[in-house]
Design a protein around this ligand. Structure first.
Ligand code: ATP
Length: 581
């Protein structure tokens, strides 16, 4: 049957209790039904014997109906609670794990597909935990309970009905394979559509620029059609199986029960009332398994969605913090890369497929030094920073901070030592103040303002309709590139880390903004160890040292003047840029 041990392990103790309550109430409902049926049977016999029904019969009947309604309501509530709690804990676990996997993992994933798995996939487990699991327990236990009861009427009928029961589980077993295949296909299509849709939204400007929006729209339509077909396939399998199950249960149970009842009545073993009780009980006998059949599709679909969730949960983070790591004493912001080798894993499923990025990279940066990394695109500049942040660990060589191997430092502490002003500043949906406080959650308003002033952004924020409480969009769309960048600088100022990394910090910015940003950066980097990744070589002339990278190695080192005099790769890069600009 459809039980996934990993899914069962997800059920919290609290949720287990709620499932227990739902099962207990399910039993209570069946017992009430049995009592009701027994009363009907007894009353029918009394009618045949021309005995008037007792006065208490009607109130007891009504009482049973009311109690059954209340039990059904509470059972549904309990199932829902169990499902909600389990989904919540799974969501927390999945999100926590994705955070641990970090940007290294996200780089290789389609965001839309991941969002679909995390939102829709988990939502799909509602029916699995809330309906399918409790019904599975009921489906396996209630028939036994009823058969025991029927034995008290007629052991032979009980035996025959007992043997007609496994037909439904057997038929479910037969159909399960088709269900699984259809569900897996459905999830793959749904994930693909989500990914494609998000891709189109995020790339809308590019699509419009290249007048490709129509073509993309058609691609989405084709994917939607694929999803429709997969959904129809699931529905078809579901309908066929439900029809089959209904027939099997009707033929296997009710018809058998009617036949047995007629025969045993004829042979004088059962009274008319008892024969009627037997037929009515056979309906109760078939019901739990029939219901299980109707939730079966949800069960399979839940398991198919869970497989994707588990495949994410099973991925080992590329980087793990060491539990024994302690913060170093006498820390110096000195960085050393020693013969560092690194290649990106291109496919999670196929770790052997790698793209080399760094080859025996050696570099060292002294405390307080400003070093610029330059080199052609793909030379490995950003990769070196990714490794410094420990988004990935190198496959060979060693990186040290303050002469201590990175691997032996606490991860959070390490990341707290580096402030990054990236090419692309991400502003979360929230107020300007909230976005600034990402760098220092307990920063006071005056600290925010000091940082914003130093970053030349305070006047702009103060002039916004609600000042620091103004909402900025999901991707900071309401701010210009230069303004978003100055917010990033203010964040870095608040973080006040001893090492500052500037990644293309003055790209895509107009001249006026550039002067303001340059000044803000000077404030940010005063007395710090600074690494600048710059394409525009004019911005790094004053760096203490320039490291020229190519093919994952440092091929030239020196000041701007020395490197120009050397007339090597750096001088060629500079003259190439002069030609272009
Ligand atoms: P740019 O100046 O264009 O940003 P870069 O010097 O910073 O280039 P890196 O981004 O470090 O270069 O890239 C080094 C190599 O690693 C390139 O061949 C690049 O294609 C590859 N690479 C970078 N990021 C990834 C990734 N997430 N997955 C696979 N390969 C990657």
């Amino acid at each position: 049957m459809l039980i996934d041990k990993r899914l069962l392990d997800l059920i919290t103790t609290h949720a287990r209790r709620w499932i227990g309550v739902a099962v207990l109430l399910g039993w209570l409902i069946v017992i009430l039904n049995v009592v009701q049926i027994a009363l009907i049977g007894g009353a029918v016999d009394q009618v045949f014997q021309v005995i008037p029904p007792p006065k208490w019969l009607l109130p007891v009947f009504l009482g049973i109906i009311a109690l059954r309604a209340a039990a059904t309501w509470v059972a549904r509530l309990a199932s829902h609670k169990a499902a909600e709690q389990t989904k919540l804990s799974l969501r927390e676990r999945l999100y926590g794990h994705i955070l641990k996997l970090g940007p290294g993992y996200l780089g290789g994933e389609r965001t839309g597909a991941l969002v679909n798995t995390a939102v829709e996939g988990i939502e799909n487990l509602e029916v699995y935990f809330g309906l399918y699991l409790p019904q599975l327990v009921l489906g396996l236990t209630i028939p036994i309970l009823l058969v025991i009861f029927i034995t008290t009427l007629d052991w032979l009928s009980a035996l025959v009905l007992l043997f007609s029961q496994p037909l439904i589980p057997l038929s479910l077993g037969v159909i399960q394979r088709q269900f699984r295949a259809a569900s897996n296909r459905f999830w793959a299509s749904a994930n693909k559509l989500s990914a494609q849709f998000l891709d189109s939204l995020q790339g809308l400007t590019t699509l419009k620029m290249f007048t490709r929006s129509q073509a993309q729209g058609e691609a989405i339509q084709a994917q939607t059609e694929e999803l429709r077909q997969d959904t129809m396939r699931i529905l078809a399998v579901n309908q066929v199986s439900l029809f089959f199950i209904d027939w099997v249960s009707t033929l296997g149970t009710t018809v058998v029960a009617v036949g047995m009842a007629a025969w045993r009545l004829d042979s004088g073993v059962l009274s008319f009332g008892e024969a009627l009780t037997l037929v009515l009980l056979s309906v109760e006998l078939a019901r739990p398994l029939m219901l299980l059949g109707s939730f079966f599709h949800a069960g399979v679909s839940g398991i198919a969605a869970a497989q994707r969730i588990f495949s994410i949960l099973e991925i080992e983070p590329a980087v793990k913090g060491s539990p024994q790591a302690t913060e170093p004493e006498g820390f110096k912001p000195e960085i050393q890369f020693e013969a560092v080798d690194f290649a990106y894993v291109e496919e999670q499923e196929n770790p052997k497929k790698q793209r080399p990025a760094l080859h025996k990279l050696n570099m060292s940066i002294q405390p307080g030094e400003t070093v610029a990394l330059v080199g052609p695109s793909g030379a490995g500049k950003s990769t070196a920073i990714n490794l410094l942040y420990r988004f990935f660990d190198p496959q060979g060589g060693e990186i040290r901070l303050s002469s201590i191997p990175l691997k032996t430092l606490p991860l959070d502490w390490l990341r707290a030592q580096i402030a990054l002003v990236a090419q692309d500043t991400y502003l979360f949906f929230g107020t300007v103040a909230e976005n600034l406080r990402l760098a220092k959650p307990d920063a006071s308003q005056s600290e925010l303002e000091t940082a914003a002033r130093a970053a030349h952004i305070h006047e702009f924020i103060a002039a916004l309709p609600e000042g620091y409480q103004t909402q900025v969009g999901e991707r900071g769309l309401t701010l210009s590139g230069g303004q978003a960048q100055r917010i990033a600088i203010a964040r870095a100022l608040l973080k006040d880390a001893p090492i500052v990394v500037l990644d293309e910090a003055t790209s895509h910015v107009d001249a006026e903004n550039e002067a303001a940003i340059q000044e803000a950066i000077e404030r940010l980097t005063a007395d710090k160890t600074v690494i600048i990744i710059a394409h525009r070589l004019s911005t790094i002339r004053d760096a203490d040292r320039i490291l020229v990278m190519a093919d994952g190695q440092v091929i030239e080192t020196g000041t701007h003047a020395a490197l120009i005099a050397q007339n090597g790769p750096y001088a060629r890069l500079v003259s190439a840029q002069r030609v272009v600009t």
